[in-house]
Design a protein around this ligand. Sequence first.
Ligand code: SAM
Ligand code: ZN
Length: 316
Amino acid sequence: MADTFEHISVLLNECIDNLNIVSDGIYVDGTMGGAGHSSHIAEKLSVKGLLIAIDQDEAAIKAGTDILSPFGDRVKIIRSNYSFMKEIIAGEGIEGVDGILLDLGVSSYQLDTPERGFSYRDEDALLDMRMDNRMEKTARDIINDYPEEELRRIIRCYGEDRYAAAIARNIVKAREEKPVNTAGELVDLIKKSYPAKELRKPGHPAKKTFQAIRIELNSELKVLEENLKDMVELLNDGGRICVITFHSLEDKIVKNIFRECESPCTCPPDFPVCVCGKKSLGRVITRKPILPTEEEKSINKRSHSAKLRVFERKLQ
Ligand SMILES: C[S@@+](CC[C@H](N)C(=O)[O-])C[C@H]1O[C@@H](n2cnc3c(N)ncnc32)[C@H](O)[C@@H]1O
Ligand SMILES: [Zn+2]
């Protein structure tokens, strides 16, 4: 097991700058992880400020509690899914917040802990991939129970793997003999599905499929899509939400929802006045996403696919 919570925060300065932190404001980090972003937010708060740091992962909660302990009452840590942010905020007796951060996906700690079964590198690890270990379903249930078409769709859509059909077929064939339980077994099936010339290319052939299964198991896109607008609505006037994504479908969801929040009017363009009554929630700050610098990419491999989008709330 990875013994310390090793995780290099992605686009850290860019998030802190864009959150426009005021010292007595209220902030929410919906994906605290190793508290890299959270500790930088907390540092900027006075005793009147508050950071609510949320994560669904037990290990992240332990690590975050240690790392954020010097900030005392300025930080409140809550183990939950960020989909409950609205309820969490209300439960604290808070009506609106001044900034929200989401740094999506998994932490390096989760990836690097073999028992968590996220990594294609740990051959003997049982496929698990739950961010929240209170959940019953694991990656093994997806691999061994999903119909072939569903496996193919997930691997194609969430993994963007062009050999999805062959991978799904080989998984189904293998599990007719015996269940596919370990990372090593799944890696072998993926390799078998790849043409030999593809296997000689750089990059691990299993990366995309493992990512796809993880996204499906943890409902990552669904949770984002169903809750992002509610989070925008939680912001006080001038408050900002920063979202870091690592996958093109995730980025597309953020881009589209931010755009709808900015211009929600659904009236036909030739209507002289708006009759749908849908009011803008604010403005998109990032017409184009903010990307990591070459320097950040050279230090942190995980940052390569990162994109940061920012939205600012404006009360009408
Ligand atoms: C990329 S890491 C965050 C790293 C953190 N920003 C840092 O700098 O240390 C993502 C974290 O979000 C958590 N997470 C992902 N989706 C979540 C969700 N829907 N609700 C709560 N936590 C979630 C994961 O468990 C993981 O710890
Ligand atoms: Zn309208």
